[in-house]
Design a protein around this ligand. Structure first.
Ligand SMILES: C[S@@+](CC[C@H](N)C(=O)[O-])C[C@H]1O[C@@H](n2cnc3c(N)ncnc32)[C@H](O)[C@@H]1O
Length: 288
């Protein structure tokens, strides 16, 4: 049955979305990205997909669903439209303080032969991974030598191709500059005509690629730290538990896991990971 009242239709224009169509779209999104959509998200789904219907000159969501079912590119496009990419620089600053004060001293002796590797899983447009880069490069140019010497490698992945392109571009609007505190801003953000670009020293540490967290991971190495923040909220308990165990397995002994401010570990990882502050954990040194 259609949830929309005639008033909704007048306000919105465009095709209505029935409950059955919403469920179908939600099922496809879950199958592709393991994202769970609560029924309250129907209005959001309708508003985000309506433009796509118009672009494809489709009259109703039934036809859109048929198209998405048979066309892998359209399915990818649907994921682009239904994922939430909100992020900002230095989001949840206490994670970066921990990285800097507790983890970096442990990595002092590291070199190119034994690089420090950090993964921003579900990186969105790159603000997270560039905050990690700036944190490691530090607050003066001399200190920054360390990151080069330690062969720091930062990996940013996201299911969205558009977000991965944004990470590679590393350019942001002027208004976002004040999210970066001084002295990092002065050192690692370079003003451009339209906004600012991340300095090459930080950009060169980062490799960005498209990755669905529920597909096979390409990694041939473990990570010293993983940031998997503000994405698990979109998954159900079963998916969260599966992902958590894989993330822990991908950490070196002693490695750090940072999760989002409203997230909690739900799997048996919460029994053995060592909490080291709000939404931060270390893998026990004794655990391989
Ligand atoms: C809200 S942003 C979080 C960005 C950043 N981690 C932060 O905390 O600021 C969530 C990101 O997760 C990505 N995402 C959602 N489902 C995913 C999946 N199954 N695999 C990989 N990335 C996914 C979305 O594309 C989006 O960019």
């Amino acid at each position: 049955m259609n949830q929309l009242t005639p008033l909704d239709r007048d306000l919105w224009g465009g095709a209505p979305l029935t409950d059955a169509e919403f469920r179908e779209i939600a099922a496809m999104l879950h199958q592709e990205a393991r994202i769970s959509l609560a029924p309250q998200k129907a209005t959001l789904v309708r508003s985000r997909l309506s433009r796509r219907l118009r672009e494809k000159e489709l009259k109703n969501f039934g036809d859109y669903i048929l198209l998405v079912r048979r066309d892998a590119n359209e399915r990818r496009q649907m994921i682009e439209l239904l994922t939430t990419n909100h992020t900002h620089f230095f989001r949840e600053q206490h994670h970066f303080n921990h990285l800097r004060n507790e983890m970096m001293p442990l990595w002092r002796g590291r070199s190119m032969r034994e690089p420090v590797r950090i993964w921003s899983a579900a990186s969105s447009s790159g603000e997270e991974v560039y905050t990690i880069a700036m944190t490691l490069l530090g607050q003066d140019l001399r200190e920054a030598q360390w990151a080069r010497g330690a062969g720091v490698q930062l990996f940013a992945t996201d299911i969205s191709e558009e977000m991965v392109s944004a990470v590679r571009k590393a350019e942001y609007p002027k208004g976002h500059l004040e999210q970066i505190p001084q002295p990092w801003r002065k050192l690692w953000a370079k003003e451009t005509r339209d906004g600012f670009a991340i300095a090459p020293e930080a950009r060169n540490l980062v490799t960005a690629s498209q990755l669905n967290l529920f597909e096979r991971w390409p990694w041939r190495h473990s990570f010293d730290a993983i940031f998997c923040r503000n994405v698990m909220i979109y998954f159900n308990e079963e998916a969260k538990a599966e992902l958590e165990m894989r993330l822990v397995a991908q950490l070196v002994p002693g490695g750090a896991l940072y999760i989002g401010h409203s997230e909690r570990l739900v799997s048996k990882a919460k029994d053995f990971m060592i909490p080291c502050g709000h939404t931060m954990y270390r893998k026990p040194e004794t655990m391989r």
